[in-house]
Design a protein around this ligand. Structure first.
Ligand code: ATP
Length: 377
């Protein structure tokens, strides 16, 4: 239908970006499709709607020159091919009309710049100016242009690179990773909400430790979650060491992630030890201790969520409770925790998070009334 509409309007049309990448990788059902028209994307969207059986509503975003319609359970987004240039104080580009090549040049990664032609003449041709197809088979994240320029222009791309590496289990090309490290201070121009969107996607990937470790190595994790990176390191006094609570946390997150897809349980796992940094003490008698870290950690969750603008709603309270109970359900990966009932709870939480919250509450109030009171005070 899009092909016919484009030919009738005599514009070139291409499907581009994530749809093409995921199609080649055979990554399941697509949620959205991005269409580039060399001409007006809005006109093309309207024409496509006319041709569809139910003539879906076309949502036009005039300021962005884009249009969107829903069909076949997907969001189809239309944009006119464009050329972008950036100012140093904003990740919002200055936009002008351009060719397909200009539009591919503005894409973040070679694997996201692949375009498939939709017009009848040349239907299905793959336009791949940066060898993105090869990078897909080599599992490499690489920028089409100079990585320093790409990341400095729009620093959100640094998080996107790491997010795609984590979701797809790809490597970030060495030059690109170095450029991310060099440009990390640029994140000051990105909104917290956008960063957290990427962080959530990393947490929801199959093995979140991959993305989290990359964030750490690139120096980006400290900028958003200093409470977490403060856990890194092993101190030794009189020959006694404690474990590295940062790398331990990443293991716990992976372990929890094998059992649940629930984002908030994964957040709870990520934060379960954050109170250990400020409570760390060494005494000659007992060695290293982290007494009260659950309470301090639970309080830190509130501030942290507020700072990174995660919604302070029921989910936050849930994470807080789980952190408070960190020595039990969250640390399921710790050998010391073998409680099979808790294990089952974690397992079921994806479907029934409210029940789990109620049970957590019950557990805290009945088994640890003193602690519960202290926490609420
Ligand atoms: P997913 O749907 O998994 O997030 P996606 O690649 O479809 O993956 P979108 O954020 O929907 O991600 O972006 C669609 C396309 O737009 C990308 O494939 C890429 O070509 C381009 N794109 C998105 N964000 C940027 C950006 N910050 N800089 C450059 N190109 C971008």
């Amino acid at each position: 239908i899009i092909s016919e509409a484009a030919d009738e309007l005599s514009v070139e049309a291409y499907v581009i970006g994530g749809f093409v990448r995921d199609h080649i990788l055979e990554r399941g059902e697509p949620k959205d499709i991005d269409i580039v028209a060399v001409g007006s994307g809005i006109e093309l969207a309207k024409k496509v709607s006319e041709k569809l059986p139910h003539q879906p509503k076309v949502q036009v975003f005039k300021n962005f020159g884009t249009a969107m319609l829903r069909a076949f359970d997907m969001e189809i987004e239309f944009v006119g091919a464009r050329k972008e240039s950036y100012r140093s104080d904003s990740r919002k580009p200055i936009v002008e009309n351009g060719s397909l090549e200009d539009d591919q040049n503005r894409r973040d990664f070679t694997i996201n710049a692949l375009a498939l032609r939709l017009n009848k003449e040349g239907f299905g041709d793959l336009l791949d100016p940066f060898n993105g197809f090869q990078d897909l088979s080599d599992k490499i994240i690489r920028t089409p242009l100079d990585p320093d320029i790409t990341y400095s222009d729009d620093p959100l791309r640094m998080y996107r690179a790491i997010r795609f590496a984590s979701q797809l289990n790809f490597m970030i090309e060495a030059e690109s990773l170095k450029a991310i490290k060099r440009n990390r201070d640029r994140i000051k121009i990105i909104s917290k909400e956008r960063i957290v969107d990427e962080l959530n996607k990393i947490l929801l990937s199959q093995k979140p430790s991959k993305g989290l470790a990359l964030l750490y190595k690139a120096g980006l994790l400290k900028k958003i979650l200093p409470e977490l990176t403060a856990l890194q390191g092993i101190d030794e006094v009189e020959g006694q060491k404690h474990k590295d609570n940062f790398w331990h946390t990443l293991e716990v997150v992976d372990n929890i992630s094998e059992n649940t897809d629930d984002l908030w349980l994964r957040w709870a796992a990520l934060l379960h030890d954050i109170g250990k940094a400020p409570t760390k003490k060494f005494s000659k008698k007992v060695g290293w201790t982290f007494h009260g870290h659950e309470f301090i950690g639970a309080k830190m969750v509130f501030k942290l969520f507020k700072r990174i603008r995660l919604p302070l709603n029921e989910k936050m309270k849930f994470v807080q409770k789980m952190v408070l109970m960190s020595s039990r359900p969250i640390a399921i990966a710790d050998d010391s925790v073998t409680d099979s009932a808790v294990r089952r709870l974690i397992f079921d939480a994806g479907e029934n998070i409210e029940d789990l919250m109620t049970l957590c509450e019950a557990d805290i109030t009945t088994k640890n009334p003193k602690r519960f009171k202290k926490y609420h005070n």
